[in-house]
Design a binder for this molecule. Structure first.
Ligand code: PLP
Ligand code: COI
Length: 354
């Protein structure tokens, strides 16, 4: 890291740690004591601060609210076996954040602000990194447009923030998912590859409809034919077909997941063949029926590695192999967690030890 930045620190008068139940941590509801903020104006980031987590004053005219210039990221800090804290591959999140920013006509955040902001925030809220197995401190970088102006054009001013929330896995059981064939999440030339608010906003109605029918998640298909699988609403998808790891290739409509990339590297190292290609719905359904598809899971930072237990397609429900018997995803998830928690050597240099 280059020069040490000047970050103003305004500590919370009282910590919420004593009133926080670490055995009850629903995803994204409990925030640590502090947040990090930086402001962009005149083509420069300044006013770097750590302050108590809480409301930020803003005009109701800010363009993020009206025209959706808002991007975010998600990564996790882990309490390692020796007590140290590590953040998993944050430079990949920074890279993706700035790709999202470019597509949304927003300024890049600097490496120094991103990394030193995380380090400073976690240092001050160090006790918020849970020690329980499977738990971590989720870090949510977000940037939004703050010009109080209703004309449609890219904003000149922005706020960047880092929030942290202690959490367990997003999903607690094998997923029952529906292959979506009416609505779409992303289309060619659009913003599917960017982690921008609108991608999630447009998924909410179809997701709510699916939830009413008893599903935990949607599997999105391509916008043109609905014949190819893209990803889930909160994670990438990986299948095991004929003993090979098969995952939809990353394209302009699919988020380039860091967990997905990590799993591909771990599987390749373990001698498992990996295919990144278009994956048809037909192949998945036939694979379930003829037994060639032996594993399927969602892979994401919040979602971790979550098995898919049932898939519905055109009104018919298909039950996959019993998740308890699936060795490939179980072994990969264990290796991944062992690296993150410092229980296995970090051969790829993924852990940023703070
Ligand atoms: N796809 C979507 C739509 C997501 O929201 C996420 C979560 O960040 C992912 C995939 C997985 O990405 P990552 O593994 O980088 O968390
Ligand atoms: C993440 O895994 O970081 C995500 O952003 C998924 C989600 C909860 C929106």
């Amino acid at each position: 890291m280059n020069d040490t930045l000047d970050i103003t620190i305004n500590k919370a008068a009282q910590s919420k740690l004593t009133v926080t139940d670490f055995s009850q941590l629903p995803f994204g509801k409990v925030f640590s004591d502090h947040m990090f903020i930086a402001e962009y104006d005149n083509e420069t980031w300044s006013n770097l601060q750590i302050l108590p987590f809480g409301p930020i004053p803003m005009s109701p005219a800010i363009s993020a609210l009206h025209y959706g210039q808002a991007i975010f990221e998600g990564m996790k800090a882990y309490r390692q076996a020796d007590g140290k804290i590590s953040v998993f591959r944050p430079e990949k999140n920074l890279e993706r954040f700035n790709k999202s920013a470019a597509r949304m006509s927003m300024p890049a955040i600097t490496t120094e602000i991103f990394m030193q902001g995380i380090a400073a925030l976690i240092e001050i809220d160090e006790k918020w990194v849970p020690a329980q197995e499977g738990y971590s401190l989720y870090i949510r970088p977000v940037m939004f447009a703050t010009d109080p102006y209703l004309g449609v054009r890219a904003s000149d001013t922005y706020t960047f923030a880092l929030l942290t929330t202690p959490t367990g896995p997003y999903y607690s059981k094998a997923l029952k998912v529906k292959i979506e064939t009416e609505f779409t999440r992303a289309d060619e030339g659009g913003v599917g590859f960017a982690k921008t608010a609108g991608n999630y906003a447009r998924s909410l109605h179809p997701f709510a409809e699916a939830q009413k029918e008893g599903f935990d998640q949607l599997i999105w298909t391509d916008a043109v034919s609905h014949e190819y699988i893209e990803e889930a609403g909160t994670a990438n998808l990986i299948f095991v077909i004929d003993g090979k790891l098969v995952t939809p290739s990353v394209r302009s409509t699919v988020l380039d997941g860091i967990t997905r990339d990590t799993i591909i590297q771990l599987a390749t190292k373990a001698g498992i063949e990996v295919e990144e290609r278009r994956v048809s719905v037909k192949e998945v359904i036939e694979g379930i029926e003829n037994g060639r598809l032996t594993d399927a899971f969602a892979a994401g930072t919040a979602a971790t590695v979550t098995p898919i237990g049932e898939i519905s397609y055109l009104g018919k429900l298909y039950t996959l192999t019993n998740p308890e018997t699936r060795t490939i995803s179980r072994d990969i998830a264990k290796t991944l967690n062992d690296i993150r928690y410092g229980l296995a050597p970090d051969e790829f240099g993924w852990n940023w030890i703070l």
